[in-house]
Write a protein that binds this ligand. Structure first.
Ligand SMILES: Cc1cc2nc3c(=O)[nH]c(=O)nc-3n(C[C@H](O)[C@H](O)[C@H](O)COP(=O)(O)OP(=O)(O)OC[C@H]3O[C@@H](n4cnc5c(N)ncnc54)[C@H](O)[C@@H]3O)c2cc1C
Length: 355
């Protein structure tokens, strides 16, 4: 007889892994199924940043999402006796006087309190970056060592026999009203957390996801600051031993998922415009972000299959969105909690006509 669990999760990136941990913590039996194909989470630089975008605004739901992500990742750091979450300020030198003025107005607003550091020592950063017009520094920011988090989560799930490595095709799935079968495993429900891989299943290929290709460089810069993330049209995350991850590009039209010369040049140029010191490129990679059409996560039940659920659309912010929304997903699965309209899959019409 095959194995029986409560939930099968397809996808071992941030979405699937956070959800597997949430359900496991709630005492449910899960099976995380993933292949070793493309995984945006493994390409990510891991940044979490409450003030983002060209207009430097507080990111969507920051007041709820940021405290939650800290609690979530720290819980697992403690449980597994390791560290993968690192707090570092993000320092953004201003590009122009207009930018400086606009931001100063914003900074005074109550909503930004607690997210910005008004005691920044701009002189300290002068030897490293061009900051003649000063800049601003965020609090509650930093980076997750995503590959390490996923590695430890996989070791943990393996210890509970809760993970298999398989590529899932449509023919591997038997979907009934109140149960699913996948590779000989039976569950009450299946949750697809496949990122762009969801497009490979007929069951999900109408999910309105846009592929956004991103590229990252690893650079070596001797004697450079490693207690801050610099960010001016490009960010620079300390990666240990004098190395930094520099990213990312955003491309909505591309031929393949490989790192490109164009991406390398774009990132090098932007880095040259930000830092005063020479650097050497030591690595270069690319990944594909699963972005929804309205830039909000996609959560909920498949409109045509009652035992199939979807957790996707984390776009460029998987590190900060996955913990909080995996919790919302768990609440939906275990307690039928109604999802917020802004993330509920019911707002998207295209999947209703799916097979
Ligand atoms: C270059 C780059 C830099 C980034 N930097 C950051 C950053 O600094 N901070 C941040 O928050 N976000 C960043 N992101 C975005 C982040 O990576 C995504 O938001 C996040 O990884 C999405 O996670 P996911 O689990 O939904 O998808 P993925 O990580 O893509 O995971 C999908 C999983 O599904 C599996 N899968 C798919 N189809 C199948 C199948 N048929 N059978 C079995 N398994 C399957 C894959 O193997 C994989 O394990 C970056 C992305 C890129 C590309």
């Amino acid at each position: 007889m095959g194995k029986k669990v409560d939930f099968i999760i397809i996808g071992g990136g941030l979405a699937g892994t956070c959800l597997a941990l949430q359900l496991d913590k709630a005492g449910k039996r899960v099976m995380l199924v993933h292949d070793d194909g493309p995984c945006a989470s493994l390409a990510a630089a891991g940044l979490f940043n409450p003030i983002t975008g060209k207009k430097m605004v507080k990111t969507w739901m920051a007041d709820r999402i940021f405290p939650y992500l800290i609690e979530f990742y720290q819980y697992y750091e403690k449980k597994w006796n390791t560290r993968f979450l690192h707090f570092l300020p993000i320092y953004k030198p201003f590009d122009s006087f207009e930018e400086q003025n606009e931001f100063m107005g914003q900074m005074a607003q109550e909503a930004y309190r607690g997210f910005l550091d008004d005691s920044t020592d701009h002189e300290r950063y002068k030897p490293f970056v061009y900051n003649d017009r000063l800049g601003f520094q965020t609090l509650h920011s930093g980076f997750l060592q995503v590959a390490d988090f996923l590695k430890y989560a996989r070791i943990y799930l393996d210890s509970k026999e809760a993970r298999i490595q398989e590529h899932i095709l449509d023919e591997d799935l038997v979907l009934e009203e109140d149960k699913v079968l996948c590779k000989g495993i039976e569950a009450k429900a299946l949750i697809s957390c496949q990122g762009m891989g969801a497009k490979g299943l007929a069951l999900l290929n109408k999910l309105p996801l846009n592929a956004s290709k991103g590229e990252v460089l690893r650079v070596a810069v001797p004697n450079f600051a490693n207690d801050v993330i610099f960010n001016k049209n490009v960010f620079m995350v300390p990666a240990g031993q004098g190395e930094y991850k520099v990213g990312s590009t955003y491309n909505w039209k591309f031929e393949n998922a490989d790192p490109s010369d164009k991406g390398k040049q774009e990132l090098s140029q932007r880095l040259q415009q930000m830092i005063r010191l020479p650097f050497e490129i030591t690595d270069h990679w690319a990944g594909i972000r699963p972005a929804s059409t309205d830039r909000r996560p996609i959560l909920g039940k498949h409109p045509r299959h009652s035992a199939v659920y979807i957790f996707n659309g984390l776009g460029a912010k998987g590190v900060s969105l996955a913990p909080y929304f995996s919790e919302q997903m768990k609440e939906l699965l275990l307690n039928g909690k109604v999802l917020d309209d802004s993330v509920n899959i019911t707002r998207l019409k295209s999947l209703s006509s799916n097979n």
